[in-house]
Ligand binder design. Structure first.
Ligand code: ADP
Ligand code: MG
Length: 375
């Protein structure tokens, strides 16, 4: 029996929980050529939602070509061009007329083009000399996509990565090319909220106010409860309401962790999923993570480590400078607390969620957080 709780970003509509509201907004955006910015914490479901959207566009017969490019691993404009060109080649079948045109266009740019012997996927080697030539290529790629008869949706995942490029004019460059396209709709996606906000909501920056924001929050308790019950039941398993409630609380409804716990419970094979059965899987996940948690310990100073434990034990901290929190955890001054929190956010170990009532801090990895609660 196939495990219905998938861990990869997207498998199929029936294994994907909710996001109906966001999906409708995004379909509208695609129809109306509205560029969008999709932001959330890591592992909340951005990539999954983009793939779900692409699936929906194809299924409902909206004539759109979709291109997904993840630039997380890119370090420069060269990488960006390479990833975008490869993603475009993957989207347009090489044997189709557009695919052939794209390939001959790319060849005209004089990179080395090869096809992976195993997957058959295109691979580019780009070694350009001048910045001028790189700009020309990038512009050419956008122009090529823009010239297609079918409207094209381009989703760029982990977009904040462009801030790390040595080419400091990347944002201005991209913005000016994008502005000139007629036929392309862009979805910019990212987990680093501060950077994404600075790119799209800072009036001094090129992308200011150029997109509609979609912020991905937790899936509602009602929707997730139904989803979990349904997937256990249709696969011949029983699960009690108390068990589901515990799952959602323990994983804080953070999508990846909820899916991972349900996946583990399902894999363990019990036909009747009781609270005790759930807890066995929780223990298992914390044990599996231990090697990595001990690596974190190595990476951090004693102060940082103790701070992380303090946040874990509190669950979430709304006032990191409040004297009660500082005293209880022997942290020292408010400025020390701020500095420690910043460093841990920077390392991705703490989340800082900015809301109307200030910033709330939690340990990013939910299983790690529970593991530390016991120290
Ligand atoms: N709506 C959903 N229903 C079920 N599982 C989901 C949903 N959204 C995300 N997931 C799961 O959560 C995990 C993290 O999602 P992902 O899209 O990679 O997050 P992000 O891109 O925000 O970091 C994936 O394993 C994916 O299977
Ligand atoms: Mg992602």
């Amino acid at each position: 029996m196939k495990n219905p709780f998938v861990i990869k970003p997207y498998e199929s509509k029936d294994l994907f929980c909710d996001r109906e509201k966001e999906l409708r907004l995004m379909v509208q955006g695609c129809i109306n050529h509205t560029d969008m910015t999709l932001i959330s914490q890591r592992r909340m479901g951005k990539t999954g939602l983009i793939l779900r959207l692409f699936d929906e566009l194809h299924e409902t017969g909206l004539n759109r070509q979709t291109i997904y490019v993840d630039i997380y691993a890119s370090r420069s404009i060269d990488d960006f061009i390479k990833l975008l060109a490869e993603a475009a080649m993957k989207a347009f079948q090489p044997k189709s007329s557009i695919g052939e045109k794209l390939i001959s266009f790319i060849k005209s740019l004089r990179p080395q083009l090869s096809f992976d012997t195993i997957t058959g996927e295109p691979q580019l080697q780009i070694a350009y000399q001048t910045m001028h030539e790189k700009e020309y290529t990038l512009r050419g790629l956008f122009d090529f996509l823009d010239a297609q008869e079918v409207p094209v949706i381009v989703a760029i995942d982990e977009f904040q990565q462009i801030r790390d490029y040595p080419e400091k004019n990347m944002e201005a460059l991209l913005r000016s090319y994008i502005q000139q396209t007629q036929n392309l709709t862009f979805i910019f996606c990212g987990s680093k909220k501060h950077l994404m906000a600075d790119i799209f909501a800072n009036e001094k920056k090129p992308f200011y106010s150029s997109t509609t924001f979609i912020s991905l929050e937790k899936i509602s308790e009602t929707a997730y409860t139904q989803f979990i019950r349904h997937l256990f039941n249709v696969n011949g398993r029983k699960i009690g309401d108390d068990a589901i409630q515990f799952i959602l609380e323990w994983t804080r409804r953070h999508t990846y962790y909820t899916q991972q716990l349900c996946h583990t419970i399902f894999a363990n094979g019990d036909e009747d999923v009781t609270l005790d059965v759930v807890k066995v899987s929780c223990e298992q996940l914390m044990r599996q993570g231990e090697a990595v948690y001990l690596q974190y310990r190595q990476m951090l100073t004693d102060k940082q480590w103790n701070y992380l434990i303090a946040v874990a034990k509190e669950g979430s901290v709304r006032q990191i400078t409040a004297s009660a929190f500082l005293k209880r955890n022997k942290i020292g001054s408010p400025s020390v607390s701020r500095r420690l929190a910043e460093a841990l956010v920077e390392k991705g170990l703490l989340n800082d969620d900015v809301g109307l009532n200030g910033t709330t801090y939690t340990v990013s990895d939910v299983f790690f957080s529970h593991w530390m609660e016991r120290l």
